[in-house]
Design a protein around this ligand. Sequence first.
Ligand SMILES: Nc1ncnc2c1ncn2[C@@H]1O[C@H](COP(=O)(O)OP(=O)(O)O)[C@@H](O)[C@H]1O
Ligand SMILES: [Mg+2]
Length: 150
Amino acid sequence: MSETFLIADEDAMQAMGRRLASMLRVGDVIAIEGSLGAGKTTLARGMLEGLGHEGEVPSPSFAIVQPYDAPMVSLPVAHVDLYRIDDPADVTELALDEYLMDGALFIEWPERLGDRIWPQALRLQIFVEEGGVRRLTVTTPDAWKGRWLP
Ligand SMILES: Nc1ncnc2c1ncn2[C@@H]1O[C@H](COP(=O)(O)OP(=O)(O)O)[C@@H](O)[C@H]1O
Ligand SMILES: [Mg+2]
């Protein structure tokens, strides 16, 4: 199932992130697609805020993996940016699965995973419309049935 939202500005994108945060569980993978500057990190920032994080949320584009741990967040998260990963095989050494044992993954540029993408990932696609409004399409896997808006 998928659903589309129009997001007017940065604040609305963060609010959507906070709303998503309230639905998160251990083991969730959130795949955030969109071009450079579309708002992927902004959405991740909103989700981390929703989990109680109060400090900065830097873009993980250089670190690649930025972990957030309890007690600063109610659910541990690894915020990941795969933009600089050219070969899906290179993702193996990031050991991302380990974060799913007690937390969640937020992944920017999940396209880099090719067919290694987790089939139960929640898929968030951000498109930039004329004038800068963002269109967000949320596609829910089975793992999210009954959790996302019915
Ligand atoms: N509707 C919107 N939603 C999210 N970001 C927006 C929106 N409109 C403008 N922006 C701006 O677009 C930029 C998005 O940056 P960022 O979240 O880092 O993008 P990405 O991680 O996709 O490269 C920010 O500067 C933000 O202020
Ligand atoms: Mg980003």
